[in-house]
Design a protein around this ligand. Structure first.
Ligand SMILES: Cc1cc2nc3c(=O)[nH]c(=O)nc-3n(C[C@H](O)[C@H](O)[C@H](O)COP(=O)(O)OP(=O)(O)OC[C@H]3O[C@@H](n4cnc5c(N)ncnc54)[C@H](O)[C@@H]3O)c2cc1C
Length: 370
């Protein structure tokens, strides 16, 4: 994917420094025809599945993790739109997405439910010929920059906890207020912001599927794409950190011995261990993608485990890789320092490794996941 080296990598430091949404990355991804990854060929998209998603986010994250996260969220949201798209959704959303003219994102998180993103409290009420959406979403990636947002709400026809509807809210919908930009430690260019919806007016046609539709249920549509998009981002960050450390220890030579750091046994042992950790997480993610693309009943287990594995691995690998680069890696604006900060999103972003392991355990033991 030459767009990663040509456009994302040269802008990554500035995107991080200025906490600026990666507009140049998105323009280039659009020109490269990559925005419609999950849009059917009939509508001009690439009609790719899970394997392409995990490899694309991994490749992009090696160049710019913020761009990869925003792209991953765009792909997840477009897959949610595509899953039960009406003719109208195809024309207003999927075709422009495939042409690279429309960016979308996910607005699920709320302060009330925190990491339990499948418990929406935002309300959806029908008023005459439109819906009114009221609530506050947090951490909306590409907030204020995307053209539309897949917003989860309680189903207006049900009070069952965990039953939710999804509606598409256009950035121009009346009743939207963007809250203060979120100044994160890492992934600083993703423009994750709060969104207040005050009786936001949404056409009835923007409902995705049916109200409270099981197809939207967390584990069925959103989770598989989201877990692999995130696993790809973390695997890419880890690979970038490892590549940087390998380059550093090859080049760093000592005046007293004239030898490169790479000649030290301990360093050789260390990089071998890091390489194995990255490969384990990467291959588990590829395996999960293969199962998911084949609709294998065991796919969910591998999907849950792959994001948990990538999330834990990236924290370890970026820390060890920075240490291998010594004072140069520890500098405030060093690439290794940026990757270390980017990796710290993994233990925060829901569903976290602990929650995922809980679900894996429940799945293995035949206990209901929620
Ligand atoms: C960079 C970034 C981008 C994001 N992008 C998006 C996005 O595009 N769309 C979106 O909807 N959301 C997004 N999020 C939100 C994210 O997925 C989480 O929902 C959010 O980070 C949770 O934050 P919180 O402060 O509410 O956590 P809290 O719920 O307060 O949790 C704090 C900690 O406690 C743990 N915890 C919570 N409950 C339990 C429990 N019962 N037992 C044990 N531990 C528990 C959590 O795992 C976490 O480690 C993003 C977050 C980040 C950091």
């Amino acid at each position: 994917m030459d767009v990663a080296d040509r456009v994302l990598a040269p802008h990554a430091a500035e995107v991080d420094r200025a906490a600026a949404w990666p507009a140049a990355s998105f323009a280039a991804l659009g020109e490269a025809g990559l925005m419609g990854l999950h849009v059917t060929k009939r509508l001009g998209g690439l009609e790719e599945g899970f394997a392409a998603l995990v490899m694309a986010t991994e490749t992009l994250a090696q160049a710019c993790a913020s761009s990869a996260l925003c792209y991953g969220m765009h792909c997840v949201a477009s897959a949610v739109i595509a899953a039960k798209a009406t003719k109208d959704h195809e024309e207003r959303y999927l075709e422009p997405i495939a042409r690279g003219q429309h960016v979308t994102s996910l607005a699920l998180s709320e302060t009330g439910h925190g990491a339990h993103v499948y418990l929406a409290e935002t309300s959806l009420t029908q008023a005459a010929s439109e819906y009114r959406v009221t609530g506050v979403k947090q951490f909306v990636t590409s907030g204020g920059h995307a053209d539309s947002y897949v917003v989860s709400t309680r189903a207006s026809v049900s009070n069952e906890q965990g039953e939710f509807s999804c509606v598409l809210v256009d950035k121009t919908a009346p009743g939207l207020t963007w809250l203060e930009p979120w100044n994160g430690l890492g992934l600083r260019g993703n423009s994750s912001r709060g969104l207040q919806l005050d009786e936001a007016r949404v056409p009835l046609a923007n409902l995705l599927g049916n109200e409270g539709d099981e197809v939207w249920y967390f584990f069925q549509v959103i989770a598989p794409y989201f877990l692999l998009a995130m696993a790809g981002v973390y695997n890419g960050i880890a690979q970038a950190a490892l590549t940087g450390a390998l380059n550093h220890v090859r080049q760093r030579t000592f005046s007293h011995s004239g030898e490169a750091l790479a000649r030290a046994d301990m360093v050789q042992d260390k990089v071998a261990g890091l390489w194995a950790r990255v490969q384990q997480a990467r291959l588990l993610a590829y395996h999960a993608a293969e199962l998911a693309d084949a609709n294998d009943p065991d796919a969910l287990l591998a999907l849950l485990a792959s994001k948990a594995s990538a999330g834990e691995m990236v924290v370890h690998v970026t820390s060890e890789a920075m240490a291998l680069c010594g004072g140069i890696g520890y500098r405030e604006n060093a690439v290794q320092a940026r990757l270390l900060r980017d990796a710290q999103a993994a233990p925060v972003m829901s569903p976290t490794a602990a929650l995922l392991r809980l679900w894996v355990g429940r799945h293995l033991l035949g206990v209901p996941l929620l």
